[in-house]
Design a protein around this ligand. Structure first.
Ligand code: 8HG
Length: 292
């Protein structure tokens, strides 16, 4: 557990003595698309139909626009606060090569995000860049999701399955997602018609889950790994994108190994902690613009 106790004040929560939580590391390590840094350094994000604001002050984390009940019901889990990341990092740092990346991204935590939102978001992420992915998800939310007001500004929740089922192909295309519009439409329709159920997929073991997710259009091994890791608590997932491939080549492997081989190598090496290892590597490679 990475926090001591919680002080509740009017409309805000102070999480005392928080460990292993650096907002920049958590929100800019690639796992989420709906958090933005404000000019004062705080982060504002939309998740689970809520808007909250995060400030790190010394050893405390201040969360604004939140009730104690919401903190307990949603955010403790969302921020994975029950996990002791010192242990995760100690285990990973036994690998001398990984040490540098773990120390670089020491305040990373893997968020437990909402499976439907993450499935659609990572379909959008294929062959795309993070700033564009963020814009496209924002447009979809603006068009189909519920409006939420905070501090005089308008935010939009990611649409529910019901809400997104009403979107036409043309409307999706108008959000800038290009060829991925048909993948989104098809995935939403499979879920809406109950041909597939994300809760059931989440309950499968890691390998079955990885296989099942690839039955959706626009979901290959990499996107399936991201969905598993960022919304289904499957920590043996190891998504290999360009940055992770470069990091693996840079730190571990000879050049020109296939993505499948890199995934296999890493999963054998890091086992149940593969997903965490991947995030430290992704953050290190992207922040340092490793080019190999
Ligand atoms: O956190 C991520 N890990 C990996 N391995 N890939 C990611 C993450 N986040 C993210 O957006 N991607 C993918 O990398 C999506 C896109 O293909 C590319 C952007 O750098």
């Amino acid at each position: 557990m990475d926090f001591q106790y919680v002080d509740k004040l009017n409309g805000k929560i102070v999480v005392k003595n928080i460990k292993n939580f650096e907002p920049y590391h958590v929100f800019d390590c690639g796992q989420c698309f709906r958090w933005t840094q404000e000019s004062n350094g705080n982060y504002i994000g939309v998740a689970y139909g809520k808007v909250i604001e995060i400030e790190k002050k010394g050893e405390d984390l201040i969360i604004y626009n939140i009730t104690e009940k919401e903190f307990k019901d949603i955010w403790v889990e969302y921020f994975d606060l029950y996990r002791d990341y010192d242990t995760v990092k100690e285990m990973l740092k036994k690998d001398e090569i990984l040490k540098k990346s773990v120390e670089f991204g020491k305040g990373i935590r893997i968020l437990k995000q909402e499976p439907f939102e993450i499935t659609i978001s990572f379909i959008i992420s294929a062959n795309n860049r993070i700033p564009m992915i963020k814009k496209e998800i924002n447009r979809i939310s603006e068009k189909f999701g519920k409006e939420i007001e905070y501090k005089g500004n308008k935010y939009y929740a990611f649409p529910t399955l019901e809400e997104l089922s009403k979107a036409s192909l043309e409307e999706l295309e108008s959000c800038g997602v290009g060829f991925r519009a048909k993948y989104i439409k098809d995935t939403v329709s499979k879920l809406y018609k109950k041909e597939f159920n994300l809760k059931e997929i989440k309950s499968l073991n890691d390998d079955e889950c990885h296989k099942m997710l690839q039955k959706f259009s626009g979901v290959g091994p990499k996107v399936a790994d991201c969905i598993m890791l960022f919304s289904m608590e499957k920590y043996s997932a190891f998504p290999v994108d360009v940055w992770v491939k470069r990091a693996m080549k840079y730190f571990y492997l000879a050049p020109d190994v296939s993505l499948v081989k890199i995934r296999e190598f890493a999963r054998n090496k890091f086992s149940e902690l593969s997903g965490f290892a991947q995030q430290y590597l992704f953050f290190y490679a992207r922040e340092n613009k490793i080019d190999i």
